[in-house]
Design a protein around this ligand. Structure first.
Ligand code: GLV
Ligand code: MN
Ligand code: MN
Length: 407
């Protein structure tokens, strides 16, 4: 199947007809559909598909088999943020299948095993810890803590996995599998707009900014919107609103990014003062010092505002991702492979998190970016042009071929 054919099959899965955005949350029926699609397509290519102990899917192309070291692994994720774009993650998975198809069509015979990995809960869209599958695999999160994570409806990861037919008791570091990986190369849609002005269809990742998520809980007192005097209120909406502005200011002051993109106001009556507001701060910066300064500024502003409004405040870090620098030797090798095929791939840093970042702590890892003409991502407006996607597939095929050609 060509990339375009694969894409046509995958495109409708998990898409909300109202918004056009994707709601592919892990361990839901939409996720199950995506996994089934991947399994079907990988098996049609002759790959052997098996889940690992953390719920990630691996599709293997011999000859060495999964327990021999040195496998060349590509792939990405199929889950999405709420109303996410179709390309984030899915492009890397569909491109991996198409790249293997291209290599098979050329009768390429790999000396190293090649595998396509589909990582679970990369976005943290359901359980709020990003890159959960690769965190678990590399030991970056304690299995018990992962099992106890719960979604907005109070369903734990363990319960969600069980309901989807997976076994949560085996979650944890996977040294055998990690030991079999020689290199990991993730193809991903560009998030941001650096390649378009450079006239490049593909790019390579240099590193990932450190980033994290913090949950801010503002506790007030529910009251009547029409009778409670302003001076008597304990309205958690007030410190919350001022904290949104403080986050924006702290980011600007520190050359960082800070976003409050999710908020739950309870009980949520239009004619009532809230009893509580829960907001999630996402903060990212080029280095950890600036990230720390940004988060500290937001935290102290929210403490001050809460005290002024008679509101309680709790702040909890839900996830943290240290800075990532991708393997230079692998990147140089990929640059040479692409240059030999006439493709120039500029090197970019990104503020977006990726499973390749967690795997980079344990194995040589690299990322290929496919041009995003508008730069928009985490949005139904996210897009990549088909010819660029096809260039990405070809680039990935060349890279896999080069890496897997020698034992
Ligand atoms: C994942 O896309 C993230 O950076 O939040
Ligand atoms: Mn994403
Ligand atoms: Mn992604």
């Amino acid at each position: 199947m060509t990339f375009a054919e694969l894409w046509r099959e995958l495109e409708p899965l998990g898409r909300d007809p109202g918004t056009g955005g994707y709601r592919r949350y892990s361990w839901t029926p939409a996720d199950t559909e995506c996994r089934a699609w991947f399994t079907r397509r990988a098996e049609a290519l002759g790959l052997a598909v098996e889940p690992d102990r953390n719920g990630n899917l691996w599709a293997w192309w011999g000859p060495s088999g999964p327990r021999r070291p040195g496998a060349v692994v590509t792939g990405s994720h199929l889950d999405s943020v709420p109303d996410g774009g179709g390309y984030d993650g899915a492009l890397g998975v569909a491109s991996a299948l198409a790249a293997v198809e291209e290599l098979k069509a050329r009768s390429f015979s790999p000396e190293r095993a090649i595998a396509i990995a589909v990582m679970t809960e990369e976005e943290g869209g359901r359980f709020r810890v990003a890159c959960l599958g690769s965190r678990l695999m590399t030991g970056a999160i304690v299995p018990d803590a992962a099992r106890a994570l719960s979604d907005d409806d109070g369903v734990t990861l363990a319960a969600a996995m069980t309901a989807a037919g997976a076994d949560p008791s085996r979650l944890g570091p996977d040294e055998d599998l990690l030991g079999s990986v020689g290199a990991f190369v993730e193809l991903h849609v560009e998030q941001g707009r650096a390649l378009a002005p450079m006239g490049a269809a593909v790019g390579l990742a240099k590193g990932i900014w450190p980033h994290g998520r913090w949950r801010l809980g503002f506790g007030g007192r529910a009251d009547h919107a029409g009778t409670a005097r302003l001076a008597d209120r304990k309205d958690p909406m007030l410190p919350y609103a001022r904290t949104v502005l403080a986050a924006r200011r702290a980011a600007a002051d520190n050359g960082a990014l800070a976003t409050i993109g999710k908020v739950i106001a309870e009980p949520g009556g239009a004619n009532g003062i809230c009893s509580s507001v829960t907001a999630w701060l996402d903060a990212r910066a080029p280095d950890e010092a600036r990230l720390e300064k940004t988060v500290t500024a937001v935290r102290s502003a929210s403490m001050r505002y809460s005290a002024e409004c008679g509101v309680t405040l709790s702040v909890r870090q839900e996830s943290y991702t240290p800075p990532v620098r991708f393997d230079e030797a692998l990147r140089d090798r990929i640059t040479d492979v692409l240059a030999a095929a006439g493709m120039e791939a500029p090197v970019l840093s990104t503020g977006a998190g990726h499973d390749a970042g967690f795997l980079a702590a344990r194995v040589p890892a690299a990322m290929l970016f496919v041009r995003n003409p508008t730069g928009v991502s985490h949005s139904p407006a996210e897009h990549a042009d088909l010819p660029d996607c096809e260039t990405g597939v070809h680039a990935l095929a060349l890279v896999l071929e080069d890496l897997a050609a020698r034992p």
